[in-house]
Design a protein around this ligand. Structure first.
Ligand code: KG4
Ligand code: ZN
Length: 341
């Protein structure tokens, strides 16, 4: 059972964890949300600078919490792609330095594979094949997990990611950043059937999504309801928007699972924390005799435990990475094998 030190710094969370196979020994996340909130979104330069400030502290805390030292570690896993290049570089440089210093193998991890592996931390017995709905601030995909390390993208967004849509609509409604949790909270007091909004279907591509039309529809709705600055029914709009996204994503995921004869679905990434999406997925999955697995809320958003879990799988398969590995802002998950020598 490999013991892995994992580092994640692809966006605005500086994170380190110690993972033994599929078990979390420590999981430290230093979030920059408050820093970026006043800008209404992540500012890449500021994110990178803050990673530099905190990464050593976060790694030291992960070691302390696990009660292990570098002598107990078999390998060092780090997110190398996709993400903000300046942010990724801080984590990758830290990982390379530690790997060289302590003579440990380096294991590059694709950020989305990390998210997929967060479901394993919820259910250590989960084995492929299964279908994964991966919905975060930067990605919205339906991925067939044939094997760990072997993925097929079955559906994707044509424009905004689901989390991006939550963030933009929240800004429109004056709910602040990050928008997902704010809308989720506001929607509790609203009527999800109050307004009918478009689900963003793509003709002939039943598993693909488009969220930019939905965002524009919400903008038009606010203009129609409040032509002269009248107070908006924010809770009803938030609930209707959330319900539309939940229904669209759950319908596409279950349809894809049924068509491919898959008996398990998992939902991961920041938006998988959404209460309406979770309940839609559970009810539709149950109706089709499909098992739905979700990571705990704390493992939906970015963390290093999920990167460690993916790293442990690669390490156990003898897959490690070159010390010359570079960061990439984009990398298709189907090409994640290219990270290994
Ligand atoms: O996975 P994540 O931490 O970072 C990326 O890899 O992008 O996801 C962040 C995204 C943000 O867009 C945030 O608004 C969204 O996840 N999010 C949610 C909820 N919690 C976080 N969206 C909907 N409902 C939530 N409860
Ligand atoms: Zn993420």
């Amino acid at each position: 059972m490999p013991t892995i030190l994992a580092i994640e710094s692809s966006c605005d969370e500086t994170a380190a964890a110690v993972v033994r196979d599929r078990q979390i020994l420590s999981n430290v996340v230093s979030s920059q949300i408050l820093t970026h909130a006043s800008f209404g979104g992540v500012v890449p330069e500021i994110a990178a600078r803050q990673h530099v400030e905190t990464i050593n502290l976060v790694i030291a805390q992960a070691y302390r919490d696990s009660e292990l030292t570098c002598a107990d570690i078999d390998g060092i896993a780090v997110t190398t792609a996709p993400g903000l290049v300046g942010s990724l570089m801080i984590g990758v440089t830290a990982a390379k330095t530690l790997a060289m210093l302590h003579q440990k193998p380096l294991i590059a991890v694709h950020h989305l594979e990390g998210h997929i592996c967060s479901s394993l931390l919820a259910d250590p017995n989960l084995e492929p094949p299964f279908l994964c709905l991966l919905v975060s601030g930067g990605h919205s995909s339906i991925i067939l997990v044939k094997d760990y390390t072997d993925y097929q993208v079955m559906g994707k967004t044509r424009d905004d990611a689901a989390g991006e849509a939550f963030d933009k609509v929240a800004r429109l409604l004056g709910l602040g950043y990050p928008g997902g949790p704010a809308i989720d909270k506001m929607a509790i007091a609203g009527n999800p059937q109050a307004f009918k909004l478009p689900q963003g279907r793509i003709p002939d591509f039943p598993y693909d999504s488009s969220f930019s039309g939905l965002k524009t529809a919400v903008l038009r709705l606010t203009q129609k309801l409040s032509p002269n600055g009248e107070p908006l029914p924010i809770a009803d709009i938030a609930a209707s928007f959330q319900e539309t996204v939940a229904l669209a994503l759950a319908t596409r995921t279950i349809k894809c699972a049924v068509a491919n004869n898959l008996s398990t679905i998992v939902a991961v990434g920041g938006v998988a924390a959404n209460s309406a999406l979770r309940s839609r997925l559970v009810s539709m999955a149950t109706a089709h005799d499909i098992r739905a697995v979700f990571p705990p809320l704390s493992l939906c958003t970015d963390n290093a435990a999920m990167i460690g879990c993916a790293g442990a799988i690669h390490f156990a398969r003898g897959q490690t990475s070159s010390m010359q590995i570079v960061t990439r802002s984009r990398l298709n998950i189907e090409e994640c094998q290219s990270l290994y020598v």
